[in-house]
Design a protein around this ligand. Sequence first.
Ligand code: GLA
Length: 746
Amino acid sequence: MAITFNEKTKVFSMHTKNSTWQMQVSKYGHLLHLYYGRKISEGELSYLVRGINRGFSGTPYEAGEDRAYSLDTYPQEYSAFGVGDYREACLCVEHEDGSRAAELLFDSCEICQGKYMLSGLPAVWADKGEAETLKILLKDKASGVEVTLLYGVFEEYDVITRACRIRNGGETEVWLERALSACLDIQRDDLEMITFYGRHTMERLIERGKCRHGKIVADSLRGSSSHQQNPFVILCETGAGEEWGECYGMSLVYSGSFLAVAEVDQLNQTRFVMGIHPQGFRWKLKAGEEFTAPEVIFSFGGSGYGDLSRNLHRLYREHLTRGKYRDKRRPVLLNNWEATEFHFTEEQLLSLAADAKELGVELFVMDDGWFGGRNHDRCGLGDWRANPKKLPKGVKGLAEKIHQLGMEFGIWIEPEMINEDSDLFRTHPDWCLTAPGRTPNRERGQLVLDMSRPEARDYLFDSIGKILRKAKVDYVKWDMNRSLSDVWSGACSAMRQGEIGHRYVLGVYELMERFVSCFPDILWEGCSGGGGRFDAGMLYYMPQIWCSDNTDAIERISIQYGTSFGYPVSSIGAHVSVSPNLQTGRTMPLATRGIVAMAGAFGYELDVRKLNCRERELIREQIRWYKQYQELMLYGDYYRLTKTEENQDFAAWQFVSRNQKLSLASAVCLHARSNPLFGRIRLKGLKEDAWYQVRRERLTDEPGMESEEQEVTMCPGGGLMHAGVNLPVFEKDYESVRFVVEMMEC
Ligand code: GLA
């Protein structure tokens, strides 16, 4: 049993392969957190919780003169506002009389096989036998408000998931002003918080800071998980790295505004909370109604964040993503966006596709611009029917022609948005988010469709669904190109407007669920101006997400590096684009652009018709190579070999097959030096004593250097991991090299 409850001591223990979580019902009925960390197979850690009478830290009434007992200093499993815990609260309930309080006391518990699921929300899933669930019911006696804490234990993955349901078990209505998902009170003060910040075209850069008295916050108020901060954070002991140090990873399975706070309190204890952002949030619960707070995935790594990432990668691949493409190879695609933007004809698309086919591309994707009057970004969104001037025989006509070429076919959509210059807006001006008496904030010339309205969702499902039913579409890119503002819905009463932000997200999930279940053969790719909604919630519906609108391979190294901390390679949409790059003007070898994009769901995004013979040859070779090693790269173990935030000379990463027989390592020169130092990388994840053959292939697309330089070495895994392998002396910026590492038969 991964979960146990000791009736006598009232201690709950949850064990994974390498971690333990313990909590205890206190003598007064509060659920106290005891421990989360390295595995402790036996024993209960109740002794860790201590108290003394401290000024300005009060005592619950029922504790009488036991003044050492304070909710303000004792570690809580789920913190609530208004009853003497002054640290960050998960729950704040406003009652009908205007009071704000909830004293959550233990009522009952249940342990069962399998994994709980959350209605209307994405969550990690498991079959019976693959996980266990613990449900703990807490009650606020005075109001009847009930909180059910949910825990899912995935032993093999070192993962414990949490979520909660809040039910109004009283007779009068209540308002939730805060309904965060989880709290973790760690009794230590040596932690650092790693967050992933950024901006459009520069997402998920890594930042690290010491948790100190007061609070560190990572959050989004944009209505989506955002480019600016990602809903995945790591708390680690000071100095932790890839292979050393205790780390806690927390990932919110949610795509809307979120809050993550790490707070060090007066006793140097660290509290971490995570969930839906309370700002702008207010949810009414009538008697008997229930609210579900989204899931947080907790993962503990005792030896650095490398293992932590790999555990999450496996969990996401095997228990978060669903559908046909969960562990299937993905077709190599060509997307027309950077080649044509909005300006294309069917003929041009066909010539692009035919050329791409000839190079080995398997899927042609028609991006933005094919519907309504969409010739620029100020019109057309909402009018989900083909523009006959561009597609005379509709999407169906083009799809047939692409299939005749022997390729699969995909389209771009942006269902959640609306342009004022669209028939949809002219017919339903009230279907967008705008506050009465105000002019709305525009972004990219568009407004946001009110996804909390079922009729708007039905319209989207019908109009887009009609196209998907009529034409054979194998892939859909679901985009979302702005942040939410003016969050006000005409379909909802004034008192309930605080629900709209979350109802929007629930609406998006409901629509996505309808699409993915009705069209299970389609490969869905998420997108939000690149990686503005790259979160675990989206991965429940779509196995891959376009990682960034920045396609510069050198910049992508940092973006993909940061993304890899919380998300698997198989989820990272990555394309080879033109050089000089359209966003940065940087010139990079095609070989390097390829090697970087291959650390992801791979494709091309450039006008292939303009390539010269050498480039065409290289692309054919790239695609052949990718197909050969795709499974290893998408589904193998991923290792970061350098720190992009520190190493300015080169970046390197590695894939290792689960049986450790095959591995690939790639390195890119970021900065060539005039009097260069010797570079070396230490490989990871190999078998210590097994002998490997290492083929080093230096990649180039220089004219006249047709043959790749190759060097072959043989060495046991131990040598390759502890001493490392030599990088070539790079002569130019952005050169790259790869190592094919194969276990030798004895
Ligand atoms: C967003 C996407 C791009 C492209 C454009 C089309 O920016 O991230 O890849 O699809 O929209 O408008």
